[in-house]
Design a protein around this ligand. Structure first.
Ligand code: 5GP
Length: 300
């Protein structure tokens, strides 16, 4: 393409005046969103109704950082997860990006607090199960997700309380019907998944929700729910982790070795998480996790 000829001098002056006006209009929109005089969704509507509007010329990044409690760091992450380039303007978004952005803002501005969804993950045998059982017993205000699994029940495990124990065929059915928010094959053996409906119902009624799942599942939740708070539970030391795994005595030697291998890989992923909690004492760790469900998104 050949360079565009420069406009005549008189037009240049008019153009720069127009640019100043447009900039002021965009600043006014950002201010209205920041002071809650307008919602970001309202700005989207105006932008998509008129491609020439000031709203359409606003960068998505600028719109999102104006939303109260959405700082620059979280905005960058949300945009990456929604697949929207840094420099995109609201008016220039494609259909799919529009849908994703609208859904994201609808949840955030709709009174539902998505950050109330906390995902607890961590290496095998770190004590995730113990911490989540403690939370179930001591914090009834936190809704704990009950996963479906193809693993057979261990002694003392109750169907519908610890897991929904399902057959392979039933699990296939749940996957096919999109009934699972995430699912994964854990330790190369059984499948585990989070039933979607109870989570959505709990969130919609304003409850705080916690999922205790493996790393693969945590990554899937981060993809589909960028506001989820991801917490990584750490052992006080590697030696302690090994001791806990052997001490539990629920797996044979081959399974123990397999799980230790998985644990090494899982520990290496801790930097992907928003928070790390060391599980030295169960009550203390549980308290820290519960407090994270209350942390304002702005400081997350
Ligand atoms: P266990 O068989 O010892 O109860 O659990 C094995 C692993 O499966 C644990 O790491 C646990 O976090 C993970 N897990 C439990 N439920 C789910 C789930 O719904 N989804 C995923 N991805 N992992 C789960």
């Amino acid at each position: 393409m050949s360079p565009r000829p420069a406009p005549p001098a008189v037009d240049r002056a008019a153009a720069s005046r127009a640019a100043v006006v447009a900039r002021q209009a965009r600043a006014a929109i950002k201010h209205a969103v920041a002071s809650k005089a307008r919602t970001a969704q309202d700005v989207l509507d105006a932008a998509w109704a008129d491609r020439q509007s000031a709203e359409a010329g606003l960068r998505v990044r600028e719109l999102l950082t104006s939303v109260p409690t959405l700082g620059p760091t979280r905005t960058a992450r949300v945009m990456a997860q929604l697949g929207i380039a840094e420099s995109k303007r609201v008016g220039g978004l494609g259909i799919r990006q529009r849908e994703k952005l609208r859904t994201y803002l609808r949840i955030r501005e709709g009174g539902i607090e998505p950050r109330r969804l906390v995902v607890l993950a961590g290496p095998t045998a770190v004590g995730k199960g113990t911490v989540s059982a403690y939370i179930r017993d001591h914090h009834p205000d936190v809704h704990l997700s009950v996963s479906a699994t193809t693993r057979p029940p261990r002694r003392g495990e109750i169907d519908g309380v610890h897991y929904y124990f399902v057959s392979d065929a039933e699990f296939d059915q749940m996957v096919q019907n999109h009934q699972l928010l995430e699912w994964a094959t854990v330790h190369n053996s059984f499948r585990y998944g989070t039933p979607r409906e109870p989570i959505e119902t709990a969130l919609a009624s304003g409850k705080r929700v916690m999922l205790e799942i493996d790393l693969q599942g945590a990554r899937q939740v981060r993809e589909s729910m960028p506001d989820a708070v991801l917490v990584f539970l750490l052992p006080p030391s590697w030696e302690e982790l090994v001791r806990r795994l052997i001490g539990r005595g629920t797996e044979d030697a081959a399974e123990q070795a397999r799980r230790l291998e998985t644990a090494k890989v899982e520990l290496a992923a801790q930097d992907e998480f928003d928070y790390r909690v060391i599980n030295s004492e169960v009550g203390q760790a549980a308290q820290e996790v519960v407090e994270l469900t209350l942390v304002p998104a702005a400081s997350a």
